[in-house]
Design a binder for this molecule. Sequence first.
Ligand SMILES: [Zn+2]
Length: 189
Amino acid sequence: MERWSGFFDLGTSDKPQPVTVRVVMNKQPVRKPFRIRVKPFFLIPAHVISPFYRRIWGFFRSGQIESMGLNWTPTQTGTMIIPAYTNPTVIKAVAAHEMGHILGLGDAYGAFYRYYYAAPGTDAYMMHSNRQVQPQEIRMMIAAHKSGRMQYFPKSWQTGRFLTGLAQDIRQLCHQIRRLAGARKKPRP
Ligand SMILES: [Zn+2]
């Protein structure tokens, strides 16, 4: 949460000067606490997920494939799932990115549900590269909490890009499964 707080130049008409943003977790009934689960396996990357029943109608509510996993509202922020990484720098960066989903933002990088299209100009964004929260992301966070709707980065469809991305994802998944299978066999004589 500390990465989402700080001094930001929002540049909006009602806030032309840089402002200090402080993200705090309010107690009920304003906002509910959220769960963080640490999973021992690395096959599935970190994500924020809604309970199963909420996932069914997520797509119909927003028209976004992304909401079939996380059907976000300010009071139903989902559960943060983090693989059991051992590197503290990685944990901090990943948790700060996932916090963005808890705060109501979609991904900006070329994920499967974005048809492998990275939102232009977002390379340094928290929701793209886990690097640094940008003023635009703060504006989106405020918009999400004002409207009660998750804020998504623009996406675009291109068949070639989608197929290349999909093939790469499948190759990577196969590689990870082989590695896990290999690691499991080792201890046996
Ligand atoms: Zn994400």
